[in-house]
Design a protein around this ligand. Structure first.
Ligand code: GLC
Length: 451
């Protein structure tokens, strides 16, 4: 790749400090719009739950649906912020499951719950409370039900949008003879992650997922949630808000982003998600590579067959290519060979690693700006500590990503950055559903939200 082509790419994907400032400003504006139900790209969905107290106890079942893995967990809450080890059943969802129908998708979930009960020897008639993590945008009116507003992350199963997913689950559980299971809480994965961390850490008031999709939630004062004013007025207390930040669209995009968006299952939606999350990073890199090939800048102008295939580059390929510091980029060569691409030159491989780095750096800097925006929305001068529970394959595994997010926050905020602590909270979304199933009953008893 020529220096000129590289410079153009760097320029297209750069997120300068000035742009970060603009992102933060627009984020605040969009958050305010969502909180007062004005049209905008951030839905700011109330969860009808506050953080758990840490004293919740008992045995709960949790379901975690949000990507290609579906998990059933049995979780014992000991109280005092302690979760005893969870028993887990992992099931792989195939494309045919996530693009089928409501009946097929929920029957699959219910069958998995039954399998788990049999495996764990749970008597079929014992009453058990279940927390359901459903990692898609939900419009809720209480903590135990909610309508799907739109599918994201490539899910397209028919008959679910606009429907209460807790009711769909209950129906499917009944069909499996599981009338003893009560769906006590329905939550987003960000809310689960926040619950899991804040169960033992009161400084945690934000949770972020950067994995297949990306999103965040935070703890908001009820009197600032204008969309709930008619119902709760100026009541004291707080509630978790699922921002659905993957849909933020006030970002500078490139022609590659536009191409990816128009070929996706949800065009014009989830614009930030398509620039940041694991489902799409590889595809952006592929589109850049194909463009450079067509200009004769890579692979001698001849596209390898594997690169012509949409979505053929995955997060793990990108990660391996970025991580490789060897002089002849033998790691990049290995990753390319894994894709069935041979015959690359060291110059090609160097350029490919550079492309992956440029695309992932943009994602990390946008994520850093969004995290700063949420923290400063809660606490404008960052005067107290905010722990951000953070999870997801991109954050955890993409080479250099988490370091870049932390470094960007530090450089942008200087001394104040010390009050934003990013804490990796692995698999919190499952345990968090159990915690919220326990907490929902307590929160109802306290009648925090006036029902
Ligand atoms: C998508 C979903 C959102 C979820 C995120 C992370 O953005 O819409 O609800 O939290 O992915 O899984």
């Amino acid at each position: 790749m020529t220096k000129r082509a590289l410079a153009a790419l760097e320029r297209d994907f750069a997120v300068s400090d000035r742009e970060m400032k603009a992102i933060i400003r627009r984020f605040h504006r969009e958050m305010d719009r969502g909180l007062s139900l004005r049209p905008g790209s951030l839905k700011m969905l109330p969860a009808y739950l506050d953080r758990p107290a840490g004293s919740e106890k008992g045995r709960f079942i949790a379901l975690d649906l949000g990507g290609t893995n579906f998990r059933v967990l049995g979780v014992d809450l000991i109280g005092h912020g302690i979760i005893s080890s969870a028993h887990v059943l992992k099931c792989v969802l195939h494309k045919k499951d996530i693009t089928s129908t409501d009946k097929k998708l929920f029957a699959f979930l219910a069958r998995s719950v039954k399998k788990f009960f049999i495996k764990e020897g749970i008597p079929p008639l014992s009453r058990i409370n279940l927390g359901f993590t459903f990692s898609f945008p939900l419009e809720q009116e209480d903590a135990a039900s909610g309508r799907l507003t739109a599918w994201t992350k490539g899910f397209t199963a028919s008959g679910v949008k606009g429907h209460d997913v807790a009711a769909l689950l209950k129906e499917a559980l009944l069909d499996e003879g599981l009338s003893n299971v009560k769906v006590s809480a329905l939550i987003n994965d960000t809310v689960g992650t926040l619950a899991a961390r804040s169960y033992s850490d009161r400084s945690c008031d934000i949770a972020v997922i950067i994995g297949t999709g990306c999103n965040a939630c935070y703890v908001e004062k009820i009197f600032r949630i204008k969309r709930l004013a008619g119902r709760f007025g100026l009541r004291p207390g707080s509630m978790i808000i699922n921002i659905e930040w993957g849909n933020f669209n006030k970002l500078k995009t490139t022609r590659y982003d536009k191409k990816l968006d128009s070929a996706s299952s949800n065009p014009r939606r989830q614009i930030m998600e398509k620039m940041v999350s694991g489902l799409y990073l590889g595809e952006i890199c592929r589109l850049v590579m194909m463009d450079l090939i067509s200009c004769g800048e890579l692979f001698g102008g001849k596209a390898p067959k594997a690169l012509k295939k949409t979505m053929s580059l995955k997060g793990e390929h990108i990660s391996a290519m970025i991580a490789d510091g060897s002089p002849d980029r033998s790691g990049v060569r290995r990753a390319l060979r894994g894709l069935g691409i041979s015959g690359s030159t060291p110059t090609d491989r160097k350029a490919i690693a550079r492309i992956c780095k440029i695309v992932s750096t943009r994602a990390a800097r946008i994520s850093a700006a969004a995290i700063i925006a949420v923290a400063t929305k809660i606490d404008g001068s960052l005067s107290v500590k905010h722990t951000v529970a953070i999870d997801g394959s991109v954050y955890e595994k993409l080479s250099g990503f988490s370091d870049c997010v932390k470094k960007t926050i530090k450089e942008f905020l200087g001394g104040k950055a010390g009050n934003i602590r990013l804490a990796l909270t692995k698999d919190g979304s499952g345990a968090g559903a159990a915690i919220m199933a326990a907490s929902a009953a307590r929160q109802k008893m306290e009648d925090r939200y006036g029902r």
